[in-house]
Write a protein that binds this ligand. Sequence first.
Ligand SMILES: NC(=O)c1ccc[n+]([C@@H]2O[C@H](COP(=O)([O-])OP(=O)(O)OC[C@H]3O[C@@H](n4cnc5c(N)ncnc54)[C@H](O)[C@@H]3O)[C@@H](O)[C@H]2O)c1
Length: 736
Amino acid sequence: MPGFAHHAIPNVTRDPLNASTALVVLYTGPVSMSESIRYEHINSVGLITLDNPPVNAFSLALRVSLRDALTQAIEDDGVTAIVITGGGRMFSAGADITEFDSGVSNQSPTLPELIELVENAPKPVVAAIHGNAMGGGCELCLGCHGRVAASGTKIGLPEVTLGIVPGAGGTQRMPRLIGVPAALNMIVSGKPLTAEQAHKLGLIDELTDSETNLVESGLSLALQLAELGDPVRTRDRDERLAEARDEPELFDQFRRKIAHRARGFEAPYACIECVEAALWKPFSEGVLFERETFQRCRKSLQSKAQRHVFFAERQARKVQGLASDTTVLQVTRAAVLGCGTMGGGIAMCFANAGIRVTVTESTQDALDRGMDMIKKNYHATVSKGRLSREDAEARLALIEPTLDFETVGNADFVIEAVFENMDLKKDIFARLDSVCHSNAVLATNTSSLDINDIAAVTSRPEQVLGTHFFSPANVMRLLEIVRGSQTSPEVLATAMSLSQRLQKVGVVVGVCDSFAANRMLYPYTRQAEFLVEEGALPEQVDRVLYDLGFPMGPFAMSDLAGLDVGYKIRQHREPSQTKNLRHSTIADQLYELGRYGQKTRAGWYQYGEDGRTPVSDPEVTQTIIATSEKLGIDRTEIPDEEILQRCMYPLINEGARILEEGIVERSSDLDLVWLYGYGFPRYRGGPMFWADSLGLAHVYETMKNFHDIHPDWLEPAPLLEQLAREGKTFGEWRAP
Ligand SMILES: NC(=O)c1ccc[n+]([C@@H]2O[C@H](COP(=O)([O-])OP(=O)(O)OC[C@H]3O[C@@H](n4cnc5c(N)ncnc54)[C@H](O)[C@@H]3O)[C@@H](O)[C@H]2O)c1
């Protein structure tokens, strides 16, 4: 076989000779190897081990080797059955996504062709699965005639998260094996099953308690199947599909069930269509339909956007000046100062990650209030069935409230979340400097203050940085990690590693007023309020941005965050911070009317019984119209398109400034910030990716037109102008 070198010494993963079951293992042949496959004979079984580290992705090279090994095993009369297993950490993470754009994934042998070769083999092929079998890796297993898995294995079809459908028969074979309802749940959510769940559903034939005896179980099952005669092909199974043919309404029921969660996404619905096709089309037509759907999705802007996010998350972990072997300091104890809105949520993040955390406050009253809020939050999660009572209690027990500041001295990672006041923060950091141990990381949750000024009051500015959580801190996944001018690589690496432990998406940003996310938010909300002065109403503005895919528009968001929060920020901002920019007074007027948002059941909207559903309020409309009159503005109808552009393009424009100032390394970091901080729709990839897809020349020209009309605001950023002129994208731009 070309490409296979012969080795005299057999090499078996997970050592079947040491396993305890009865199978007698005899080596009957040499090991063949290619770059990405090991092939050997064990008794009369051909054992194929995928060996393409780190995740056995089905690159073209692996597909060619697998085809060659399969062909060799099928043609070899001495082989009665075949086992495929994965070397290293897992069976396979699936297709090589980097081949999607280049089209290499379509080169023969494609994954569907390989799976067909497996399924049509005249001898049984068994998958012996450990670690992960995802996407194409899972689909290969479905084409096999039997499956054994080690406990701890995860099996899933996460394609939907990349905006595509499984494209190698997954939507056709999965329902044949586990039934339509379970297959829909799995394929449309993209969530993997544990080996135990998969076994219960009939996806896995045999479970082994460890990886040690996995291959041996696979060999044993393969020989048993060989005894039974012609292998049973998954494609020929119909009994689980027949059950669903009796209740075809389940597809529409499922569509209704996911409507809220999947709003705006195309791939979940494409997945449902493919599973539905499995029911009514012969297998050969079903796979064709699936493949066409896969190709259509692969080329769609939505899938490109979702793949962009996938890579953006990985890119964000690579930080300039931070070697991959940078020491990460140990964090076994944490402390949070201030148990208000943010401090309480941050303490919960630590407890949820199993990290003991001390919480301090300035008064017993404030401490009790903070702890009550934490208990209430856990209680709510338990009553929604998302957490067991025992787990909630165990987490609560990790939070230690105290008024004794000295106890903070034990902590390895301290986060200050007291009022947004520079003098207070400086005072706290000077005290932290005197009580904290010499390796402790000292972080501030400030949303706008200069981290370098705060660090300067300590004797160890290299151990100071910002950890900017988003509200509610225990829910929102974004964490802006603010690197001060003296923050050491170890401290930065420790914060990044901690963000992963806390299940946050950490994005490193530099010091500037309000950092990346809020800095981009301000022009967005400012424009939304100007639009209302000029003729729109909050309902129209919110609808336009909701339709773009945000979970809510800027006015509903302001009601949720609290108009009092914005008001206080505006009161305390220095003129230099606002650059003397005018802002609409309507929000201030609403605040003065006692309308703080959801918390007072009235803000930009009024709120009914549940306190959450916004309803239009004539008092607000009157305030708006009176303000326009006072400003001498002749209110006119504003088209939806202008609302969208006036809100979004200034936000993107500010992103361009953030990029050119080097506050973040790449535009995809800004995409993550908006996806995880404000719920920007994932299927649009983030605001900067979205701008790239619209074309920067168009974004620039529109900004320029706005600027001509309103010369005091909306000036296009130089970087936006430059990229538009050069015909480039934000994605292509790298800091000089
Ligand atoms: N609220 C948000 O959405 C948000 C988002 C990101 C960042 N932040 C930032 O987080 C920090 C906290 O904001 P918040 O909204 O939680 O404020 P908050 O008013 O809800 O809580 C601040 C808490 O700090 C306590 N405190 C004051 N002085 C203290 C001291 N000397 N020692 C210990 N505790 C003390 C107060 O009693 C209060 O409970 C601020 O810097 C804010 O800018 C807020």
